[in-house]
Design a protein around this ligand. Structure first.
Ligand SMILES: C[S@@+](CC[C@H](N)C(=O)[O-])C[C@H]1O[C@@H](n2cnc3c(N)ncnc32)[C@H](O)[C@@H]1O
Length: 272
């Protein structure tokens, strides 16, 4: 559920499949990329790895395990900040993202920082890599809540991972879907069913085209998805909002963060 300025849209809860989601979200991220990087780039850090607006870093969370000498894929890599952090620690990180403009920002930061992240334009549901190519796949608020065919995205992740490989990702905490996407007190009253998986869809008022789609799964859905694809869940982190974090990020804020979790971070691994 987005907050940034974009063409006037009307929000719906209605079905939206994989093609519709991808065709809407790629151009949407292209439109938003400049503002996203201008607004959040400093917080993210050119070679920083944060898991979400709370500011929990991978250096503190340690979900990926050691990355030195490992082949690492970031799905929904945006401007590659997290992958750059991995590369600075000796991991061979590569990025994949649906948005051409996000990848242009990645290239800009590659050149400015001197730490280049090889990146490819693509989607989480068709990873353009061979079987068993990576030791680690991760996504920090990347593709997973934007795809409809999540079974395929998780299966693709399992396919490109080697035995014993790790998969970690952060998403909007599923309980947030009960509340209006509002960072103020107004966003603290549950108004929607936690169990309603109907996608959130924005339709451009002028063109009638789908402008943005986001998908909700419950915590139980995620457990089942990972288990069905052969993963063992190793952790589920729900970072608390730090007292000194005054950041407003869409629906994330201190007002809501001190009472309800905004981010869920799953860690999992395949059998060796
Ligand atoms: C909130 S941004 C996160 C980017 C980066 N991880 C960060 O922390 O800044 C979400 C990213 O997911 C990408 N994305 C959306 N749908 C995707 C898909 N189906 N496959 C790959 N990337 C996708 C968007 O283009 C965007 O760059």
């Amino acid at each position: 559920m987005q907050q940034w300025p974009h063409p006037p849209v009307t929000a719906h809860r209605r079905p939206a499949g994989e093609d519709e989601s991808r065709r809407a979200n790629g151009p949407d991220w292209d439109r938003y990329a400049d503002e996203y990087q201008a607004t959040h780039g400093e917080f993210l850090g050119d070679a920083g790895f944060v898991w979400g607006p709370e500011g929990l870093t991978e250096a503190d969370a340690g979900i990926l395990g050691p990355v030195e000498g490992r082949d690492v894929l970031e799905v929904g890599s945006g401007a590659g900040q997290c992958s750059r952090w991995v590369r600075e620690r000796g991991g061979r990180a590569v990025g994949l993202d649906l948005s051409h403009r996000q990848l242009q920002h990645s290239r800009r930061i590659d050149e400015a920082s001197g730490v280049a992240v090889p990146s490819v334009l693509g989607t989480a549901t068709h990873l353009p890599f061979g079987d068993a190519s990576f030791d680690v796949v991760f996504s920090s608020f990347g593709a997973l809540q934007f795809v409809a065919d999540i079974e395929r995205a998780v299966a693709e992740t399992a396919r490109v991972l080697r035995p014993g490989g790790r998969f970690a990702f952060s998403i909007t905490h599923p309980t947030r879907w009960m509340f209006p996407d509002d960072p103020t007190e107004e966003g603290l009253t549950a108004t929607q069913s936690y169990w309603d998986r109907t996608p959130y869809v924005e339709v451009d008022d002028e063109t009638g085209r789908t402008a943005y789609v986001e998908h909700h799964r419950t915590l139980g859905d995620w457990v089942r998805l990972l288990a069905d694809a052969g993963f063992r869940i190793t952790t589920l982190l729900e970072p608390e909002w730090p007292a000194d974090n005054e950041r407003l990020w869409g629906g994330w804020s201190r007002v809501r963060g001190r009472l309800t979790p905004g981010t869920a971070i799953f860690g999992s691994e395949l059998p060796s």
